[in-house]
Every structure is written in C-alpha cells, then in structure tokens.
Design a protein around this ligand. Structure first.
Ligand SMILES: NC(=O)c1ccc[n+]([C@@H]2O[C@H](COP(=O)([O-])OP(=O)(O)OC[C@H]3O[C@@H](n4cnc5c(N)ncnc54)[C@H](O)[C@@H]3O)[C@@H](O)[C@H]2O)c1
Length: 606
C-alpha cells in the first residue's frame, strides 16, 4: 500500500524491493476503491478547491467533452498544473495532478523515485496511476512531461479522455523551468540542451493529442481561456468501426483529417514509415497537407505519383508502383497510403497486398465514390485486357480517413457519380435512407459539408454491415453480392463505352435503373419503384437510362460483356434484383430473353 513505503531513502535490497512493488502495484483491481479514497482524501494540493464557486456549467465545452475527462499533455514547465486547476474550475470538474498522485502513493518525491528506482519503474507506476484516475468520474488531469510518450498511456488517454497538448516554444519553457530543482531530467544538466532534445523527441508524440493550444508568456487566466475555447470548438471526427474476422478498423469521417492524418494513423501503424501513392491531379491539391500531417508525428513518407484515370489501374502501372515501392526499400512494416479516388485505392491496395506478401495499408479516399464505396471493404485489384478488376486480392486497410474537405475540389460530375453509390446503399437495404437521399441528395451534390458527412457515414455504415456479414463474398445468395446492385449492367456499359468515357457511378446509376425495371418486368416489384429510382437519379443530375447516354449501344455486345463478368457462375448470369425500395436480393435464374427485351426497349440496337 502507498502508506507503507518508507519516507527516508534506504539502500537495503528488501526495502527497495518492497517500495518498488508498492510503486508498480497500484492496480485497478479490488484495492482500487480504497486506494482512490485514500488518494482523494489526502491530496489537497491537487484538489480543485474552487469547484463550488464556479459559474453555471459551461454547456458548449461540456457537450464537446461528452462526459469524458480532459488530459493536459506537454513538456515540463508549460503550466499544466496551474492551467489544469483553473480549467477544472471553469469546467466544474475535479482536478488531479498525476505526478502529485504518484508522489503520494510512493511516499517520496519524483526526484527520489528516479534516483532510487530509475525511470522505468517510475513510468510503470505512472501508467497505472493514469489508468486508475481516468477509469473514474470525469476530471481534469495534468500529466508529467514523459507520460504521453508511453504507447499504453496514450491508448488509455485516447480511449477515456480528450487530450490537450499545451505547446510552447523553447524560450518560454526555459524561462519557466529556470531555477527549479524538482525536475529530475534537468538535474546537473544544461536546461537549454535538455529541453531542445526533449522538444525533438516528444513533440511528435504530443502531436497525437486531440487538441493543440499554443502557450506563451501570457497570464495563466489567458492561457486557460484559450484552452477552454479550444475545447468548446473541438468537434471530434465521426468514427465507424468495422469488425472482421481478421481484425477491425475504423472509418473516420470529418473535416481536416488530412492535416491530422499522422495523429490519427500513428496508433495503427506498426512503423513510422510510409509510402503515399497518389495521382497527378490529386497530388497538387492535397498531397502536401497530408505529408505535413504525417511529418507532425514524425512519420517518414515517400511518394509515388501515377497518372490519373482508369488506365492506371492496369498491369503496367501496377508493375511500376511495385518497382518504386521496392526502390524505396519498403519493409514488412512500412505502410502504403492510398491518397486519391477508387483507381488509386484499388491499385495501391493491390500493390500493398502483393508486395513482400502484404504491407500495411491505409485508404485516404478523395472522391465521393471512394469515400462511400471503394475504400471500405478490402477489395483491391486492377483491370486486364480480359476485363475489369480481374486481378485482385482482399486486403483490408488499417484505417480509412474520409476527409470531406477534399470533396470541395472534386469536379461536379465526379461528385454526382459518387452519389450513385450512396443512393445504392438505401436502395439495397434501407428504404428510410433512400427517402433521406430524396430529401438531401441535392445538398450532398451541392457541396453541403454536413450533408456529405452524414451521407458518407450512413453509406459506409451500411457497407460495413454487409461486408462484416460476408467478408469475401462467399455467401451463395444475397450477402456482399448485394452491393453489386446495378453493376452487372454498369460494368457492361463501362466495358462497351470504354473505361473512363462513362464514369463508374454514372454506369451504376443507369445499371440500377435497369435492375429495377427488370425487377418490375419479372413481377418482383411495383412498376412505380423504377420510376421513383430513375426520377431521383435524374433530379441529382445522373443519367438514369441508356437513352440519356446519347450513344448507339448494342444490346448483344452488352450481354457478351456480362458473360465475361466475374459475377458469372457456372455460365449463369447473376443479377441483383429488388422486391421494392430497400429490398434487394440476388438471382441467378433471370431468363436471357427478359434481359434482351429490356435492353432493346431501353434503346439498344442489336
Ligand atoms: N474496391 C472496390 O470495392 C471498388 C468499389 C467501387 C469502385 N471501385 C473502383 O473505383 C474506380 C473509380 O473510382 P473513382 O470514381 O474515385 O475514380 P478515380 O480514382 O479515377 O477518380 C476520379 C477523378 O477524380 C480525380 N480526383 C480524385 N480526387 C479528387 C479531388 N479531391 N479533387 C479533384 N480531383 C480529384 C482523379 O484524379 C480522377 O481524375 C473504378 O476503377 C472502380 O472499379 C472499386
């Protein structure tokens, strides 16, 4: 127990071992309650005594915290304790100082703990104390400068709290620590040199915090106001967790994610090395923001840029990308990050899946289509002269970062094409979501960021549910194959018109219209359903029927393309049909003459 530790230093092995056991044994087991009560009753110096006198609860900040604690991180001398105490008063939360709690439990000062047991034992105890404090009611916690360097402690803080990095320049820190004797890392050394080294070592870790606030020599109340305002305006990115048999990963959706990419990715990357694969249109728009975001947490990144467009999703570019990855001397732990649309995602993902038998992979989709569809689910691949996506692999990403800000630079036609996949999610299995699309589709395509984020999340959530249920598309019926609604027709149109001549989403929109018409002709759904579907696509500026493509298209050739599609099983064409809006199902026994008649009536020539 903390109280049994001898106050006066001793050199006998027995005493030392007992003290060390006490230091590392602040577990969160059954003794927690007693320990916690003891600590809370004893540490008046870390108590927020101004709690009762505070103003009414600050709603915006409280809402932003959502019941979580605030953890202040940053270098020694930046003022975590004094600002933490003031901040706690403003937030109406108790305040704790992790270092003070450790000293109390160990019965000696931190300097003595370092001297007697070394840094390793100190960190061990620190990890346990922070975990215990954050397991309780929300509070404001000031941590020691090295606490956030520990991977496990960072994970605990990420899970339980909102972290605030109090960032200060060397000169400010030097002024603050000069003359202090209670800093074990400074003892007997040149403070300037020590701090400079600590800045280089620790800032890349502090940069993983949720919020960064610049602190200078201003009065503490001003700094407190800045931290408070930063918490008030903080909006966490929305996350969706995808659970698969091989593990789970998050799809993170929100604004400004490229700039924070390093902070978001650091916890899931096995190594601080990455190669970003992008295309020549996306690179000048978004690459630097991403590279800066990675550099902030010291992720060393190289870049491979391919030509934009579907033609890059072929063997030649694939071979070139793999060659460049090897030139960059990637190791088994080096991550491949795809920054771009579905072409880059599929190509980079396949290169990641196959190079060195599989490299860690991250998707940063920058088209709407890629954000709602291609980046989620782990399908990667390239086209061959025999058809689309015929060479590929399942390779799940470690994380998907869908930054809605990147959509602002996307040409409107691409935005509309991506939207087809959003509406598709509703049409397959969520009628209410399709109704949402009818009400909000124009806003999504018009660039409304909130509507876009909502649409991306709901479409991804739907896809995640389907993929989680049938990861490798092995179910004989329904399952993941449902996501191919409109694709049998759509892929045939893409192959016939030439990849890139019609956008994938446009082809899918026409294909979905045809699939609903086929369903109605075969008596599965109400004839009003295809009318509703096609009207919605037209309203948002998408082609909804073959006639709108203004091309002479041969029905026979479309059927030939369909027979070459991967979805052909034992020579039978597989279609996704619908019993109504949001009620799709797979079918392998669609009569060929029904398809021929549909295509003829839709305006195809023989
Ligand atoms: N893996 C899957 O599960 C899956 C699912 C659906 C589609 N796909 C594949 O995805 C591909 C289509 O993806 P796509 O529609 O994203 O095409 P794309 O990758 O070709 O991107 C479209 C165009 O937009 C540009 N672009 C991308 N982001 C931009 C931005 N933020 N600002 C400005 N320009 C930008 C690109 O350079 C490109 O010219 C197809 O190859 C398709 O087969 C894969």
């Amino acid at each position: 127990m903390p109280t049994t530790i001898a106050k006066s230093p001793t050199t006998t092995t027995m005493m030392k071992m007992r003290a060390m056991r006490a230091l590392v044994n602040w577990s969160d087991g059954p003794r927690l309650a007693t320990t916690t009560r003891y600590v809370l009753a004893s540490v008046a110096m870390t108590r927020n005594s101004g709690l009762r006198d505070t103003d009414p609860l600050p709603d915006a900040a409280t809402a932003a915290l959502g019941g979580r604690s605030v953890v202040l991180v940053g270098l020694m001398g930046v003022g975590k304790t004094s600002i933490g105490r003031r901040l706690a008063a403003r937030l109406g939360l108790p305040f704790r100082d992790a270092d003070a709690e450790i000293e109390l439990a160990a019965g000696c000062s931190i300097a003595e703990i370092f001297e007697r047991f070394g840094e390793h034992e100190f960190r061990e105890g620190e990890r346990r104390v922070i975990r215990r404090l954050l397991a309780g009611e929300p509070l404001v916690l000031a941590t020691g400068g090295g606490a956030y360097m520990d991977r496990e402690t960072r994970a605990t803080i990420r899970r339980e709290a909102v972290s605030v990095w109090m960032r200060a320049k060397l000169a400010t820190l030097l002024r603050r620590v000069s003359g202090r004797t209670n800093r074990p890392l400074l003892n007997g050394r040149n403070p300037g040199e020590v701090l400079e080294k600590l800045i280089a070592e620790r800032h890349p870790f502090y940069a993983e915090a949720d919020i960064a606030v610049d602190c200078s020599d201003e009065p503490p109340d001003n700094t407190t106001a800045k931290v408070f305002a930063a918490i008030e305006s903080w909006r966490p990115a929305r996350r969706l967790s995808l659970s698969l048999s091989t593990g789970s990963y998050d799809v993170v959706v929100g604004k400004g994610l490229l700039a924070r990419a390093g902070a978001l990715l650091a916890p899931v990357l096995p190594q601080k090395r990455a190669v970003v694969v992008t295309d020549d249109l996306v690179a000048p728009l978004h690459l630097q923001t991403l590279l800066d975001g990675l550099a902030a947490v010291a992720i060393e990144a190289r870049t491979i840029t391919v030509r934009h467009g579907e033609a890059s999703k072929g063997l030649a570019t694939y071979s070139s990308v793999v060659g460049q990855l090897l030139d960059h001397r990637v190791e088994r732990k080096t991550a491949v990050i795809a920054l771009g649309g579905g072409v880059v995602g599929d190509l980079a993902g396949f290169a990641a899946a196959t190079t060195l038998r599989g490299l860690p992979f991250v998707q940063i989709p920058t088209t709407l289509l890629a954000q709602v569809d291609s980046s989620v689910g782990g399908k990667t691949g390239i086209n061959t002269s025999h058809g689309k996506n015929l060479l590929g692999a399942f390779h799940q990403p470690r994380m998907v970062l869908a930054d809605t800000e990147t959509l602002a630079t996307l040409p409107p036609r691409e935005l509309a094409a991506g939207y087809a996949e959003i509406a598709k999610a509703g049409l397959i299995g969520d009628g209410a979501f399709f109704s949402w699309c009818e009400a909000n589709g124009a806003a999504v395509i018009g660039g409304d960021a909130d509507a876009q984020a909502e649409a991306v999340l709901r479409a991804c959530a739907f896809k995640a549910q389907v993929v989680g249920d049938d990861e490798r598309e092995e179910k004989p019926n329904d399952g993941r194959a449902l996501l191919n609604l409109g694709h049998t027709f759509g892929h045939a149109l893409e192959a016939e018109l030439g990849y890139g001549k019609i956008l994938h989403g446009e082809a899918v929109a026409v294909g979905i219209g045809l699939a609903f018409q086929l369903s109605a002709r075969l008596g599965f759904c109400n004839p009003a359903d295809p009318v509703r579907v096609m009207r919605h696509f037209s309203e948002v500026g998408l082609p909804s029927e073959i006639a709108m493509l203004n091309r002479r298209i041969s029905g026979a050739r479309l059927i030939q393309h369909m027979r070459r599609d991967k979805k052909v099983q034992d020579g039978t064409l597989k279609f996704v049909l619908a019993r109504g809006i949001g009620q799709a199902f797979t079918s392998s026994d669609v009569p060929a003459d029904a398809v021929e008649a549909l295509l003829r009536d839709a305006g195809c020539v023989d």
